[in-house]
Design a protein around this ligand. Structure first.
Ligand SMILES: [Zn+2]
Length: 76
């Protein structure tokens, strides 16, 4: 997957990604053109997915983004 110039795990929804991804794994809402998104791990099965940037937390320990809900559950 290609990423823009916002960093290794950050990108912005373009037309191609909007068609490919359809909805956000974190909030189940459809993506809009220009939405800032990050590659994040979450409560879902399988590999990291692109979700809205404001629904993810950067975890400095692992150097990855984690879905906010998942992150707070892990650190309880
Ligand atoms: Zn979302």
């Amino acid at each position: 997957m290609l990423f823009g110039d916002r960093g290794p795990m950050k990108t912005i929804i373009d037309r191609e990604k909007m068609i490919l991804l359809k909805t956000c794994a974190a909030c189940d809402r459809p993506f809009n053109l220009g939405d800032p998104v990050v590659m994040a791990c979450g409560a879902w099965e399988g590999p990291p997915k692109l979700i809205h940037e404001n629904e993810a937390v950067f975890d400095p320990a692992s150097g990855t983004y984690i879905e906010r809900k998942c992150y707070s559950a892990r650190n309880r």
